[in-house]
Write a protein that binds this ligand. Structure first.
Ligand code: NAD
Ligand code: TDX
Length: 345
C-alpha cells in the first residue's frame, strides 16, 4: 500500500519568510523523489495577497513540476472559508506565518494588525482543533519580549511588547499558549529575530536601504542609528523552523536567533560597503515612535535540543542579499510607489 504523504497548510506562504519555507519544502520533496532520503510533504498555501504578498516568490527557482499545487487566496479572518479549507484538505500540520508584519505601518494604523494577527490566529486555532491538526506551528517574533538593553531573552522571559505590531503578535502568542494549556492543543511557538534575504518587501530596513541606493538616494536611518537588531538570514530561519516542525517538542516555545547583533548604523555602513556605494549615502531622520533599543535572543535551546545553528554571517548574508537584489531590481522598484506612500505623513 502507498504511504500517505503528510499535508502542511502554510498561511502567509506568498510572503517573504513563508515563501522561502514553501520553496524549501517543495525542493526537499523533489530531491526525495529523485531518490535522496528526506521527509516529503504535500503543501497547501493560504494567503490573501495583501500589499505584502506576491505569487512570484512562490515559483522562484522551482522546476515547473515544483509549483504549489493548492493555492487559496483567502483571508485568515474569513472563518467560513478557513473552515471549508480545513474540512476539504484536512492538513496534519499547520505552519502559520500570515500576519501584518511591519512595525511602522502598525504605528500609523493598528487596525489590520488586530484583525489578522489576533483574530486570524484565533480562527486558525479553532479550525485546527475542529479538524484535528496534529501539529500547529505559530511563527511569533522576538519583539513579543520587548526591548533589552543588556543580556538576552530566553523562552521564559516575560512577554512585554512595545509597538502595536508587537502587542498584536504577543496577544496571538498568548492565545496559542492558552490553547496548549486549556485544550492540550498540539502547538509549538517559534520566536525568530530580524530576518533578511531575497524577496523581503522593501519597507524593512535592509531591502529599503538597497532600493534607496539603487534609486540614487540616501538611506534613512532612524534617530542616531544606535538601535541594535539580531540579523538572521532567511534560509537559516527556514532551516530552524523545519527542525522545530520535525523534531521540536509539542507545547514548547523556541527562540530562533543568529547572535549576529549589529547597531543599525553599522548594518547600514556594512551594506554600503557591500554595494560598493560611498560611505555617506545615509541620513539621520526622525526616530520611530517608541523605538525598541535592542533585541537579543538566547537561542541555546534549539541548538541543544535540535542541533540547529545559523550558518550565514551578516557579511555573507548581505552579499547574498545584494547579489539577489541586483538581479531583481525591477521587482524591488515595482514596490516603490507603495513605499513612498508609507513615508508621506
Ligand atoms: P510578510 O509581510 O512578508 O508576509 C506576510 C504574508 O501574509 C503576505 O503574503 C500577506 O499577503 C499574508 N497575509 C497578511 N494578512 C493576511 C490575511 N488576513 N489572510 C491571509 N494572508 C494574509 O511577512 P514576513 O516577513 O514573511 O513574516 C512572516 C511571519 O514571521 C509573520 O508572522 C511575522 O510576524 C513573523 N516574523 C517576521 C520577522 C521578519 O524579520 N520578517 C521576524 C520575526 C517574525
Ligand atoms: O527606514 C528605516 N530606517 C531605520 O533606521 C527602517 C524601515 C527601519 N529602521 C530601523 C528600525 C529598526 O531599529 O532599522 C531597524 C529594523 O527595522 P525593520 O526592518 O522595520 O524591522 P523591526 O522593526 O526591527 O521589525 C522586524 O523584526 C521583527 C520585522 O519587521 C518584524 O516583522 C519582526 O517581527
Amino acid at each position: 500500500m502507498r504511504k500517505r504523504i503528510p499535508k502542511i497548510l502554510v498561511t502567509g506562504g506568498a510572503g517573504f519568510i513563508g515563501s522561502a519555507f514553501v520553496r524549501r519544502v517543495i525542493a526537499t520533496r523533489q530531491s526525495s523523489v529523485a531518490g535522496k532520503q528526506s521527509q516529503s510533504f504535500e503543501v497547501i498555501v493560504v494567503d490573501s495577497l495583501t500589499y505584502a504578498g506576491d505569487l512570484k516568490r512562490l515559483n522562484w527557482g522551482l522546476s515547473p513540476k515544483g509549483t504549489v499545487p493548492n493555492f487559496y487566496q483567502v483571508d485568515i479572518c474569513d472563518k467560513q472559508k478557513i473552515d471549508s479549507i480545513f474540512k476539504k484538505e484536512n492538513p496534519g500540520i499547520v505552519v502559520h506565518f500570515a500576519a501584518e508584519s511591519h512595525v511602522d505601518r502598525s504605528i500609523n494604523d493598528a487596525t489590520p494588525f488586530i484583525e489578522t494577527n489576533i483574530k486570524g490566529t484565533q480562527i486558525l486555532l479553532d479550525a485546527g482543533r475542529k479538524y484535528n491538526a496534529k501539529k500547529f506551528i505559530f511563527i511569533s517574533t522576538d519583539e513579543v519580549y520587548g526591548e533589552i538593553a543588556n543580556g538576552k531573552f530566553n523562552e521564559n522571559s516575560p512577554i512585554k511588547p512595545n509597538s502595536p505590531y508587537a502587542a498584536s503578535k504577543a496577544a496571538a502568542d498568548l492565545l496559542v499558549q492558552s490553547y496548549i494549556r486549556t485544550y492540550k492543543f498540539p502547538a509549538i511557538i517559534i520566536r525568530p529575530s530580524n530576518n533578511y534575504g531575497p524577496w523581503q518587501y522593501p519597507e524593512k530596513l535592509i531591502p529599503l536601504a538597497i532600493l534607496r541606493i539603487l534609486g540614487g538616494g540616501k538611506i534613512p536611518v532612524y534617530g542616531k542609528g544606535l538601535n541594535v537588531r539580531e540579523w538572521l538570514y532567511v534560509d537559516d530561519c527556514v532551516a530552524g523552523i523545519l527542525a522545530i516542525m520535525n523534531k521540536g517538542k509539542i507545547g514548547e516555545a523556541y527562540n530562533l536567533g543568529s547572535a549576529c547583533e549589529s547597531k543599525n548604523i553599522d548594518t547600514v555602513k556594512l551594506l554600503l560597503k557591500t554595494l560598493g556605494a560611498s560611505r555617506n549615502r545615509f541620513e539621520f531622520v526622525k526616530d520611530r515612535l517608541g523605538h525598541d533599543i535592542r533585541y537579543s535572543l538566547d537561542s541555546g535551546k534549539i541548538t541543544r535540543e535540535l542541533g540547529w545553528k545559523p550558518g550565514v554571517s551578516l557579511a555573507q548574508g548581505l552579499k547574498l542579499t545584494v547579489a539577489w537584489s541586483l538581479k531583481h531590481q525591477a521587482w524591488l522598484k515595482s514596490k516603490l510607489k507603495d513605499i513612498n506612500k508609507l513615508y508621506i505623513n
